[in-house]
Design a protein around this ligand. Structure first.
Ligand SMILES: CC(C)(COP(=O)(O)OP(=O)(O)OC[C@H]1O[C@@H](n2cnc3c(N)ncnc32)[C@H](O)[C@@H]1OP(=O)(O)O)[C@@H](O)C(=O)NCCC(=O)NCCS
Length: 191
């Protein structure tokens, strides 16, 4: 069975293969990529993180998939769909959540937007989401820029404190888009 989930003009979203883990850490465990994610992390962090990613796929049939550039099959990072599971998330728990993380040399080229559009298409068309949220922190203006560009709405009423983190990484701030909003938002995002 193929592990390819979606293809866009330049990218492939696909399932994780065993060798992806080391390549992901090598390319993405950098101070810039991890700036708003708790900083560079150790091996134990990634063992847990990769187990969670595998678990989302098993439990929900979707996960934060590998983003691969079709032209050279380079691993650029991940993008995809999980469910909200952070401590403190309250009523948001188990809502569809879109997430992204790309290596630095792939930033600023529209790859994240391209992968995120494919992920939102999957959320609404294949997985039947009624709405999808995206989570970040106030300082992460790049991630918020992407949320805004995708037509997601800032929802201050859904913000929450994540007890795992200190003041720099709190509160978790929320953007959301509903299924009915996606066709027009998508058209604007690709324009
Ligand atoms: C967040 C991240 C994926 C964005 O990647 P990127 O390469 O900047 O994204 P793209 O090039 O696809 O840009 C997407 C859109 O967001 C907008 N955008 C990006 N950064 C922005 C910023 N700082 N301010 C305003 N808009 C911004 C751009 O307008 C762009 O749209 P356009 O190409 O139509 O103009 C990338 O910075 C990253 O991997 N960061 C580290 C990991 C991380 O923090 N993940 C998110 C955790 S919440």
């Amino acid at each position: 069975m193929t592990d390819i989930v979606a293809e866009t003009a330049r990218l492939r979203l696909r399932g994780w293969r065993a060798r992806d883990r080391a390549e992901f850490v090598r390319r993405l465990n950098t101070p810039a990529v991890m700036r708003w994610l708790g900083g560079v992390q150790d091996e134990a962090f990634y063992v847990t993180a990769f187990d969670r990613i595998d678990g989302y796929q098993r439990e929900f049939g979707h996960t934060l998939w590998i983003v691969e550039r079709i032209a050279d099959e380079a691993l650029l990072g991940f993008c995809g769909l999980k469910r909200v599971n952070s401590p403190g998330a309250g009523a948001l728990t188990r809502e569809f959540e879109v997430g992204w993380r790309l290596r630095e040399d792939a930033w600023g080229q529209g790859f994240a937007k391209e992968a995120a559009i494919a992920s939102l298409d999957l959320a609404f068309d294949r997985f039947g989401a009624e709405h999808v949220v995206a989570l970040t922190v106030a300082g992460n203006t790049d991630s918020q820029g992407l949320m805004h560009r995708l037509g997601m709405q800032r929802r201050e009423d859904l913000d929450y404190t994540d007890p795992r983190f200190g003041p720099e990484l709190n509160p978790t701030i929320i953007y959301r888009i509903d299924a009915a909003e996606w066709p027009a938002a998508r058209a604007a995002a690709v324009a």
